[in-house]
Design a protein around this ligand. Sequence first.
Ligand SMILES: *Cc1c(COP(=O)(O)O)cnc(C)c1O
Length: 407
Amino acid sequence: MAELGKFASRAEQLDKRDPLSSVRSEFILSEQEIYLDGNSLGPVTGRTLECVQQTVQQEWAKGLIRSWNEHWIRLPQETGSKIAPLVGAASENIICADSVSINIFKLLAASIQASPDRTNIVSIEGMFPTDLYMAEGLQQLVGSNRCQLKVVPLENLERALSNNANTLLMSQVNFRSGEAYSVEAFTALAHQYGARILWDLSHSVGVLPIDLEQNKVDFAVGCGYKFLNGGPGAPAFLYVSPELQTKLSQPLSGWMGHRDPFQFNPTYDPAVGMDHYLTGTQGILGLSALSAALEVWESIKLKDVYKKAQSLTALFIDAIGDDFNVIKPEQRGSQVSIAHDRAFPISQALIDEGIICDFRAPNLIRFGFAPLYIRYQDVVTTVEQLNNIVQTRRYEHPKYQITNTVT
Ligand SMILES: *Cc1c(COP(=O)(O)O)cnc(C)c1O
């Protein structure tokens, strides 16, 4: 096992010079724990707690139905405009609504309907399953003569794109390996073959620089509850390029996507712009939590966040050394995974020590390093505990073998 002393002093120096060090105090975190699951469920900020309380106690309890006009009806647009600068989009091109899965369905269906001569939705192996499940569901609904999902190994991507491709469906960061893919390169590749691209930014928004408009991305979706800290089941967001917004028609044509919902017309007439991509009434408690969580970004430079993400993960990889099978993609997001035969019980023993990581079947321990509140010293402590648990074989205890529904 590597000597950790020199990494501890490197961490101390890095913490001292960290331009984001004061942001940690915005979050409600236990000093007895190191939270390395911000890539799965971000923690709550003090501001969020206050804001949700305000929404319930004032806006709902006192304002009642009047609060729709006073506070709530534009919340999907207003929350979207807070996400816009994080993904390089103009505020009117993003809206917050529904879940990532549902937004993927809306966008893929709209894209298939708009170009019926191109039937294939292309993706590469290893993408997040729900994204692929939604494409499968669409294929079943419209029939495989109109829509087919093609999942191929990365090396066969060009061949798949050259064959009737409608949309390339990509995650910017692979949820298992942490590998990051170039938005610029894959978008250009899809366009070269006349296909559109849908980026899933769930594991990258809030840690990687993203420039949707500069790269002429067609569609994007992303998660509100991971690095954006919007809370369990927070609403997701979606982006549609300005050229496509009016050209396409999404099939979940609920009243909130109508041009004038409160005229209660018997037939659907789509709203202009992103409003059309809404379906029904949104969960206001969830939206207000996400909206409050996004306030933390007002004083932060994304460049600093990206730099810290890369240097936290680099410190982790260096400090772990060669004793573990660390997955090291060429480009990475803000997470690192270790492959180990006993990944599950080791992850449970780490959690027992207050190091909250997670397990992804069949053999990965994932560590998410959220730059807004993880310190460099936390990285070294994690490596120390991991070494200790493996050396002492503490993970063999029967209590660490018990599995649960959510991992
Ligand atoms: C977390 C995540 C989702 C979550 O989808 P929901 O429908 O919002 O539950 C989807 N795709 C990716 C890539 C994710 O990381």
